[in-house]
Design a protein around this ligand. Structure first.
Ligand code: AMP
Length: 142
């Protein structure tokens, strides 16, 4: 089932496009958290970041700083968040990988200010750190 972003990529439905190459498209978010809120989307149709091909991931990696530079130059924003949600529990609404570029204006969390982050940090237990380092290293494939 193609996502709404695939339909945008195929130009079946309109968007406010700011960038396009053979592997990446970027357009204004239709419900922005702040002025200049942009979505950067791989042409490759995958639901989760970890499913992207190396080629598509590299293309996104190249395009994201380039588009971000243009957004901050255009808006004058001094701060910004890059947000990338995976899975409904993590607030992903559109099942097609996308990165949000969200300019942050001031330090508030009101409408139009940008992303508000409710970050409830814990403490890293030494035993968890040891276990996680061993397991994550074991699973990294290069
Ligand atoms: P997420 O919660 O990370 O999946 O974010 C999906 C984003 O897509 C939301 O911020 C929506 O406002 C945005 N969105 C959904 N449909 C469109 C559309 N047709 N054009 C632009 N942005 C859209």
């Amino acid at each position: 089932m193609p996502s709404i972003f695939t339909r945008i990529i195929l130009r079946e439905i309109p968007c406010h496009e700011v960038y396009r190459d053979s592997q990446v498209i970027a357009f204004l978010d239709i419900s922005p958290l702040s002025l200049g809120h942009v979505l950067v989307v791989p042409v490759e149709e995958r639901e989760f970041l970890h499913e992207l091909s190396e080629e598509s991931a590299a293309a996104i990696g190249r395009a994201l700083p380039r588009i971000t530079r243009a957004v901050i130059a255009a808006t004058g924003a001094k701060s910004y968040n890059i947000l990338q949600n995976n899975g409904a529990a993590a607030h992903q609404a559109v099942p097609h990988v996308h990165f949000h570029i969200i300019p942050k204006y001031g330090e508030g969390s009101g409408a139009g200010c940008g992303l508000g982050v409710d970050w409830k940090a814990g403490q890293l237990a030494p035993a968890d750190a040891k276990m996680l380092v061993a397991k994550i290293r074991e699973h990294i494939k290069v």
